[in-house]
Design a binder for this molecule. Sequence first.
Ligand code: GDP
Ligand code: MG
Length: 849
Amino acid sequence: PIKFNVDDLHRAMDLKDNIRNMSVVGQLGHGKSTLIDSLATAAGIIPCDDDIHMTYTREDEAQRGMTIKSSGISLYYKMTDVALEAFKGERNGNEYLINLIDSPGHVDFSSELTAALRITDGALVVVDCIDGVCIQTRNALRLALGERIPPVLALNKMDRCFLELQVGGEEAYQTFLNVIEEFNEYMKPFEDKVLGDVKVCPTKGNVVFSSGLYGWGFTLSNIAKIYASISGVDESTWMRKLWGENYYDSKTKAWTTKSTGSATCTRGFVKFCYEPIKKVIEAIMNDQKDQLRGMLTQIGVTMNNEEDELMGEALMKCIMQKWLPIATPLLEMMIFHLPSPQTAQRYRVENLYKGPLDDPYATAIRNCDPDGPLMLYVSKMIPTSDDKSRFFALGRVFAGRISAGLNVRIMGSRPSGYVDGEDKDMYVESVERTAICMGKKQETIKDVPCGNTVALFGLDEFITTGSATLTHEKETEAYPICGMKFSVSPVVRVIVQCKVESELPKLLKGLRSLAKSDPLVGYTREESGDYTIGVVGEMNLAICSKDLAEDYMGGVEILVSDPFVSLYETVVEKSSHLVMTKSRNGNNQLFMKARSLDDSLGYAIEIGEVGPFDDPDVRGRILSEEYGLEKYLGKNIWCFGPETNGQNMVVDMCKEDKSLKEIEDYIVAGFQEASKKGALANEPMKCISFEVRDAVLHDDASHLDGSEMVEAAKRAIYASQLTAQPRFMQPYYVVEFQASSEEEVDKSCKLVRKRGGFVHEKKKVNRPGKMVYDIWAYVPVLKSFGFSADLEEATSVKLIPQCVFEFWSVMRSDPLEVGSYAHALMTQIRKRKGLNEQMTPLSDFEDKL
Ligand code: GDP
Ligand code: MG
């Protein structure tokens, strides 16, 4: 029986203190989708099939048993007065609206996670209580805190302690404690004053112990409430006793803060939380009906005749759900410990809005003002279920109200960013339909006020890269909301071709849809005329190829090449000599050198700490104090590139008195082109500084031709690169996996080395019932294909190994040395790109005096 309808939802949308927008995040397989199902069930929506989660929107999600795309579900609850009694924050009655986003746990889909976090204000981090904090748990925490999203924790799969592993109370406590400590420890470097203390702790009430699969769970406050009601000691006192160093001796009936060593002295958590559950479950599973009856009376669970007939797991599920229904602690935790949009937007506005923080738009976002100007951010485009080539937009209203028929201004976020003041990537279009997400379905709703998530139809043609800011058409002064930063890089590439050449237009259309559906997947047309797409890893590739052919090209057959890897070109030395190029008319000469830029400076440029818009004096100070460069460079940097913000630069190193103003633009233009496609194999450059050492120009300015100078500059850049010991830079994955014996450790470490990687850390960890080895290794992406599958075979652990891009590293091998690994790689890339297999020799770039 569905306990609510669209009208209830619509009404609750205006109660902004009673809304919680929450992403459910964490490692693959730790039980996120299952947990959401149990919340949906509590709201009266019954999942139709055990294997198909409410939030699964695609057939292959059920087949693979994993969430691939983020999807939303909005749930309405009427809370009891008792449940809200202790709530001290603002509220408006007892109706609550919870907008949930389920996110995939596989690292290849972490762009989905970023998109989910952007439009929510809190994160429920789900962690398997036995397997603990894993790679995607950490990833999720880091991303969440970056968006100023506080976490609450679900220590999930508690049933494993009783059914699978028979863990003793004290051991279980230590296991949980370790997980919580690791969780908090990891957050430390990302703490943000504005959010305050984000640490989780059972005594705070922001940790739930749960079994999503069997639908039960508790927070310490639930348990404390029960004991308070029968003991006469108040709830908060109980709560403190139920965690940490508090022991109870059932013989002396005394509490101590140290174990007395007596056999009857037990930790509070074990005695009052863990043991009672253990006893009930054991009685059920051992079929001890008589004992069970007594226990049920004690815990106040009554069963009807039909339920009395149940056995084993079904009986356990039934009893546990009556005793400790999961929805209660989860809902209370969300309401009590996660911010409402009203609260969250007050501090999120600084991170969200690009414009002045005192303009009317910022003010409306800060106040979550439904009567203010519309400010809406679309973070994801989702294919509609009936026509996969059409998309609806999933977004968050931050201010104002959106309704069907409204004409909105769409400010896109192309990779190079929306250029303020320029009319590019901006459209006005009318919203066809507004809706709320209910998993697979979207329920039409006439309008949606700020503080809520929303699905919008009819805008897909104009939101080309998967995200955009929407305002009212007449609000021409509004700045866009900041684009999302993705933590992963699409370093793996494949060529996609149609089997039948005449289908090319369909391929192009399909690629556009693909780019819309996954913001990280870019496509490029190569010199050869082929199209390549970039993906973050093998899993991502499998899903993209499938979607492209089946959904976005209507089943047209495509050919997907073997994967290859994006590289960078860099240098490791200073140019061996001053290179010179002449303009074609021979009248102007340019002298340049290249040298390598420190990695750390490259990173500073990447994250925008050093960039084109810096004050030259400030930049000079940073360059000299932090990177050991000469201070005057701050003023002499002409530009960064490619794309004006890349990690290469051009520096004016001419003698003080010489002005090169008249040719600066030409050199910059030549550099922007050349740095996009290096001399080795047309891969982009990284961490190279090009120094303009001198220029000899004809006295008569009419001998200075712009396009000739750009061409000469380009050759000078290439010649400088080739004389400074050019090298390729290759991406590395970090791989985190587990092994369950020394033998498996050896076997898997061998695999790492075979692939040119290295093991960073091996750690023996004590998990209940077994010993496992956590292994961290780095593997070059170039040699990583098939690695996950090999690892899975070599180890007996269920955990799927996940590869995530971690860093770029310079290859030692010299591409200019015929016969070297890098030379072979270069030839291979050139061949693939349809370039001349032989690299253009240095002599063709340089001129003679
Ligand atoms: P997600 O990847 O985090 O969304 O995880 P799922 O919800 O898809 O669950 C992954 C697997 O773990 C499935 O086989 C579930 O049946 C199982 N699972 C989920 N919750 C629990 C739980 O509370 N206890 C146990 N033992 N298994 C669970
Ligand atoms: Mg899932």
